[in-house]
Design a protein around this ligand. Structure first.
Ligand SMILES: Cc1cc2nc3c(=O)[nH]c(=O)nc-3n(C[C@H](O)[C@H](O)[C@H](O)COP(=O)(O)O)c2cc1C
Length: 226
């Protein structure tokens, strides 16, 4: 699977994607393992003050559990002086990824929607928070559609720190981990990512059920560690 993704990325780079030029430099078969490494650190590996934090909230329910947890994370991060921007994906037009049809030598025509703008913000951020409910044992379609659309610039989403937020109805950790695995599948394809922490709100079927729970405290405390 890893080789498959790298092959696609490399083929795209060679044929059509000028913006992903850096992927070419990592194309030796010897360093495939290195490319798919996620670093793990509870402490920040970026000493920069006032970090730019991008929170991507993928719940279709504004004020849903993952959205409320995102806001608590933001509250903590802002108290620590971070510059936080929240993107609620439901507010934006993000088409599915489709293979662009481009004549040789012509610039790639990506769909005219909001995916490029959000991808630009991901490239610009120091810290990215991915928040999605568990839908059928994975991240939801809103989040996956955006992730696929980062294909135009994903090799530029480099050296970022990541936090994950998820919620599910099942009261068991392994269900929440399905969404975490979905996030990691994306993050592991990026250059030099560092995973900093996560909130897994289990047993949350009802909208707003997370209010007053330990998970809200966890999200706030995680935000303060940004
Ligand atoms: C389409 C859909 C699929 C879902 N799939 C699962 C699932 O596989 N496992 C689970 O525990 N909860 C599942 N749920 C429940 C949601 O994960 C849960 O209600 C979560 O709190 C929703 O997050 P939100 O409030 O941020 O939207 C599903 C809900 C929907 C609408």
């Amino acid at each position: 699977m890893k080789k498959f993704l790298l092959l696609i990325a490399t083929a795209c780079t060679l044929t059509t994607m000028g913006a992903c030029g850096s992927s070419n430099k990592q194309g030796s078969s010897n360093d495939l393992g290195e490319q798919y490494k996620i670093n793990f650190s509870e402490e920040s590996v970026n000493p920069k003050p006032n970090k730019k934090v991008l929170v991507i909230s993928a719940s279709p329910r504004r004020g849903g559990n993952t959205d409320l947890l995102s806001d608590e994370f933001i509250r903590g991060a802002q108290e620590m002086g971070a510059q936080v921007e929240k993107v609620f994906l439901g507010d934006y037009d993000i088409k599915f990824y489709t293979e662009p049809e481009t004549e040789p030598g012509q610039p790639i025509q990506w769909p005219q929607d909001d995916a490029q703008m959000i991808t630009d913000k991901m490239v610009d951020a120091d810290v990215i928070v991915l928040a999605s409910p568990v839908y059928f044992m994975n991240i939801d379609g809103q989040m996956k559609a955006l992730i696929d659309r980062t294909f135009s610039r994903f090799m530029e989403i480099k050296d970022k720190e990541f936090f994950y937020i998820t919620a599910c109805a099942d009261p068991i950790d392994s269900t929440a981990m399905r969404a975490i695995d979905g996030f990691r599948g994306f993050v592991m394809c990026l250059p030099n990512p560092t995973e900093r922490g996560m909130v897994k709100a289990i047993g949350m079927g009802r909208k707003g059920g997370v209010k007053g729970s330990q998970f809200m405290t966890q999200a706030y405390e995680l935000g303060k560690k940004v």
